[in-house]
Design a protein around this ligand. Structure first.
Ligand code: MSP
Length: 637
């Protein structure tokens, strides 16, 4: 089986994970799942970058040791990745013993081969980027040299150090780029790298003598290895560069490093040069995506505009976040995050278009066929066209996904979803259902819908893994691979269970106002102020009731009068559901009612309680029906 080794950057532990980090990691997870579907044996690596001056300073500001800081933040990263359904194969920490030993090994190897030598560094350093800043960098108004990457004031340092002979690699790098024109994608980023190298390369200091928090230089314990030399090596130490055993032979060189444009130069210039100097192969490809911005500025801790994914997770499924990030920004371009854009995208695409297609279809199978297709199906041209369109679509989408064009692939998938929603209206199964002779046509329409849904579901599954599992369960389907799907004879559909429940924008925006930037304290992150405890919830007595009789209320279009059994007696309720539910939809069904609501008179009828229903923006009710076996009078808790 062909192998595919893919990585994310290892994230600094001075920062809590935010939506920007989630973007890269989710993208890697989507690629992993897609590659697995395509038949690859995948190894997906992520982790944390824990050494260096930036972490040292951050820990000392917080009055803790760098190790304590790292341990605390690592947990947050790992927890977030689990929550977002990220299934990495290994999480590397640069404080792992195997990494430390591996870094010493590559450092010594390069030194033995003659490309690391002792010297003196005199110049500027940007702690935020962990970057040696060239003398050509501009000065600010106060005459201080500022970092060309982040604009912050740099530190002047004079230190004994070891240099890496980067200057000797200019020609070899240019030759490598020429032979590997897809080494960096998109192309504009590749061109940037080539021009940078063409301008000439200076030797690079790869040790620090004033930074304690790092890996000691072999044989020169008072110095530590430069954090970028240490960090980049994670990609080989994680696959046993130390032992250079079967894992290393199997996985190296990596097939894909993913990152944002901020760290391109380290990965596309320094990293291949370090590897060449150690006699190792460079990675095969680097995928460079854009930035998530908020208020038009890069989302980052120092800008103070980061968005904690935990806030979104209070309202939305992880799949919704994954979908938004993959759908919204073109690879390479920047994406601007807004709460409004987020909720609109999720509501339109997932709740309405995809969620409704699935639940309408499931609902019709439940209603017209009682969840089993014993009926022979008759297909017309319209169904044949759907099948052909799907097969063409799958070819286009897999090609786009192969080229990491997720937003375009998803756009195509949703065009097909909309086409299917229109097809339901055109085929009008509710009319076919009125005529017993049309049963084979009805089966043909619904089977086609199920096949299309299951096929699209597989294409969507790398992005929406949890929802995809739900859809497969609903339609009793085990096959999660690509291709036009077969359809079984019996189903386990639960039409009342929405795939992506509607979220009220009012609540979501209120949580935004509760300030998402408070990320430093794990408990303070965006908890809305209106929480209740369990005893308050228990004051509302919700029980299961069975509808015994139902009838329209005269001269009130919207009202139904219901007689219900609550287990300890009968009572009457009046509910505003008559536009969507007929009396016969309700009689015999088990519903949830609020029992201890003050009685109220509606159109002269005393209503003793309330039936529970979900309600959308236009106040359309959706009644949750409980399974028939639920005991009447059972308490909701
Ligand atoms: N520790 C280094 C990487 C070492 S890799 C050998 C580092 N860490 S970082 O925590 O700053 O992470 C940078 C990466 O996080 C970016 O390259 C990108 O993958 C992701 N992002 C951080 N902020 C982001 C945005 N606002 N938007 C998109 N991606 C973002 O650099």
């Amino acid at each position: 089986m062909a192998k595919f080794y893919l990585t994310t950057p290892i994230y600094y532990v001075n920062d809590m994970p935010h939506l920007g980090h989630a973007y890269t990691t989710i993208m890697a997870d989507v690629i992993k799942r897609f590659k697995v579907m395509r038949g690859f044996d995948v190894f997906f690596l992520t982790g944390t970058d824990e050494h260096g001056q930036k972490i040292e300073k951050s820990a000392s500001r917080q009055g803790i040791t760098p190790q304590q800081l790292a341990d605390r933040v690592v947990e947050r990263y790992q927890h977030l990745w689990r929550t977002l359904h990220v299934e990495y194969d290994h999480f590397i920490r640069t404080t792992d013993e195997i990494h430390i030993a591996g870094v010493k090994k590559i450092f010594s190897r390069v030194q033995e081969r003659g490309d690391i030598y002792e010297g003196l560094y005199e110049g500027h350093y940007c702690v935020s980027c962990e970057l040696y800043v060239p003398e050509s960098a501009v000065e600010n108004a106060a005459g201080k040299r500022v970092c060309p990457d982040c604009g912050k004031v740099t530190e002047k340092i004079v230190e004994k150090c070891f240099f890496f002979r980067l200057s000797a690699y200019q020609e070899r790098l240019l030759k490598f780029y020429e032979e590997n024109p897809n080494f960096v994608v998109p192309r504009a980023r590749f061109n940037e790298v080539v021009s940078f190298v063409k301008m000439g390369l200076k030797d690079l200091s790869v040790t620090r003598s004033t930074v304690k928090w790092g890996i000691p230089v072999p044989g020169k314990g008072e110095q530590t290895i430069y954090v970028w030399f240490d960090a980049l090596s994670n990609y080989i130490t994680a696959v046993d560069y130390l032992g250079e055993g079967p894992a290393f032979t199997r996985w190296w060189p990596a097939d894909l490093h993913i990152m944002a444009k901020d760290i391109l130069r380290f990965h596309a210039v320094y990293w291949p040069a370090f590897l060449m100097a150690a006699g190792l192969e460079p990675p095969k490809q680097e995928l460079i995506h854009g930035w998530w911005l908020k208020d038009e500025r890069k989302m980052s801790k120092s800008e103070g505009n980061v968005l904690d994914p935990q806030i979104l997770l209070k309202f939305f499924d992880a799949d919704a976040i994954r979908y938004f990030l993959m759908r919204e920004a073109p690879i390479g371009g920047d994406g601007n995050f807004s709460h409004e854009g987020f909720i609109n995208r999720i509501t339109t695409d997932l709740t309405n278009d995809w969620g409704n297609l699935v639940s309408r279809t499931a609902g019709m199978i439940e209603k017209y066929f009682q969840n089993s297709f014993s009926e022979a199906a008759h297909y017309s041209d319209a169904e044949g066209a759907i099948r052909r369109d799907y097969i063409d679509l799958e070819a286009r989408v897999t090609d786009l996904f192969d080229h990491y064009q997720f937003n375009r692939g998803l756009e195509e998938i949703f065009a097909m979803i909309n086409r299917l929603n229109r097809y339901i209206v055109e085929a009008a199964p509710w009319n076919l259902a009125k005529d017993a002779d049309q049963a084979p046509r009805l089966a043909g329409v619904l089977k086609t819908l199920v096949r299309a849904i299951l096929s699209l579901n597989a294409l969507l599954s790398p992005v929406l893994p949890a929802a995809a599992r739900k859809v497969r369960t609903m339609f009793n389907h085990a096959d999660d691979g690509l291709g036009w799907k077969e359809v079984g004879e019996s189903f386990a559909v639960r039409a009342a269970e929405p795939l992506f429940p509607r979220v009220e924008s009012r609540d979501f925006f209120a949580a935004e106002a509760a300030k998402e930037e408070k990320m430093e304290s794990p408990t303070a992150s965006g908890v809305p102020g209106d929480l209740i405890d369990i005893t308050e919830f228990q004051k509302v007595r919700m029980v299961v009731a069975q509808v015994l009789a139902a009838e329209k209320v005269e001269k009130a279009d919207k009202l139904l009068k219901l007689d219900v059994d609550t287990g300890d007696g009968r009572r009457t309720l009046v509910a505003g559901i008559a536009l969507q539910y007929q009396p016969e939809d309700l009689v015999g069904r088990k519903v949830i009612i609020v029992k201890n609501l003050k009685p109220a008179k509606l159109r002269g009828i005393l209503s003793e309680g309330m039936i529970l229903a979900a309600s959308d923006a236009s106040n359309r009710p959706y009644i949750p029906f409980l399974p028939d076996e639920t005991p009447v009078g059972a308490i909701m808790k």
